[in-house]
Design a protein around this ligand. Structure first.
Ligand code: AMP
Ligand code: FE
Ligand code: FE
Ligand code: ZN
Length: 310
């Protein structure tokens, strides 16, 4: 993206590049994601479940059969020193050994971590591991997280909603909280680059997730490893932080993206509430290792690479 193409206002039409389904902690299927994105009048949508590609095939089938454009991606759990970092990865080769090994390790770690949290919680709340598994919709293909524990606590009548549980016993500040063992953000960027994808830091300035934010220097270290963009248009980034992130993007020629972080009924975020400009999406497609699903859209796509890939 050239310097003068980055503007200070979020796009009003475009793609929602940050969406979760029941293959991680969203409540809806990839089919529903595609159907709702189409109904909302978006130009296209990306599936970005946590630490998995399990939802890619159903999402691709839904996009093809309903004639709706789709990018395939993942939100990777990572950390940079003490800062928790979520790294969005788009259009990479899902068979890349590094990235699939990284996901397998994180998902195993997530199960062990969730079991430990449930053990601690069960001392004070009526909750078992089976109760948590009962909240998992796609079986072993689902990336387990705190949202599933939250849903089990709701089911047990401890809280009324998932968000209330996040404000209560499963909050990161409680004695029940255990962090997810994660790769470093540098490792994540490297693995994405090796898999031929485009990396974007998700909600880089969300103060509800981190008391200390990534510094400019830390972001620059990620840029040196091949970071592709910043998710500026996200409800978690405050206005002053958006300006800071836009300045970094201009300085380093990064892509500026936006997404809702939709989780279906699991979070208040509305599908399409934040968007990515179509020109940015075309650059992601041009750089990515896999072909985008572009039915109806390919006719207007000026980028021949989009259709040329395997
Ligand atoms: P974990 O990664 O297991 O620590 O769980 C944190 C995840 O919970 C983040 O990805 C959030 O997006 C997700 N989440 C889902 N629903 C909610 C909610 N209602 N409130 C807060 N976080 C939520
Ligand atoms: Fe999530
Ligand atoms: Fe996230
Ligand atoms: Zn997310």
């Amino acid at each position: 993206m050239t310097h003068d193409e980055i503007v200070d206002v979020p796009p009003r039409i475009g793609w929602d590049l940050h969406c979760h389904t029941a293959f991680s902690d969203g409540t809806e299927t990839p089919e529903t994601l595609v159907r709702q994105a189409k109904k909302a009048g978006l130009l296209g949508v990306a599936i970005t479940d946590h630490d998995t590609t399990s939802g890619w095939v159903p999402a691709q089938q839904a996009a093809q059969s309903s004639g709706f454009p789709l990018l395939r991606g993942t939100e990777i759990t990572a950390q940079f020193d003490h800062v928790s970092v979520h790294m969005l990865a788009y259009q990479y080769d899902p068979n890349s050994p590094q990235i699939s090994r990284m996901f397998a390790k994180t998902r195993d770690g997530r199960v062990r971590r969730a079991k430990t949290m449930v053990e601690l919680l069960s001392e004070d709340f009526p909750i078992t591991w089976d109760d948590v598994l009962a909240q998992v919709k796609e079986g072993s293909r689902t990336t387990i997280g705190r949202p599933h524990i939250a849903d089990a606590l709701v089911r047990a009548g401890v809280y009324a909603t998932r968000s209330e549980a996040f404000g209560g016993a499963i909050h990161a500040g409680t004695k029940y909280y255990v962090p997810t063992p994660s790769p470093t953000a540098l490792e994540a960027v490297r693995a994405i680059r090796e898999a031929g994808g485009v990396s974007v830091i998700a909600h880089p300035a969300d103060l509800s997730r981190n008391r200390v934010l990534l510094s400019d220097e830390q972001i620059e270290a990620l840029i040196n490893e091949g970071l592709g963009g910043l998710e500026v248009w996200h409800r978690g980034n405050a206005p002053d932080q958006r300006l800071r992130l836009l300045a970094i993007a201009r300085r380093h020629g990064l892509l500026v993206t936006g997404g809702s972080d939709w989780h279906g009924a699991g979070k208040p975020n509305i599908l399409g509430e934040n968007l990515t400009d179509d020109r940015v999406v075309r650059q992601i497609i041009a750089h990515g290792a896999i072909r985008a699903v572009l039915p109806a859209y390919s006719a207007s796509a000026t980028n021949p690479m989009a259709c040329a890939k395997a």
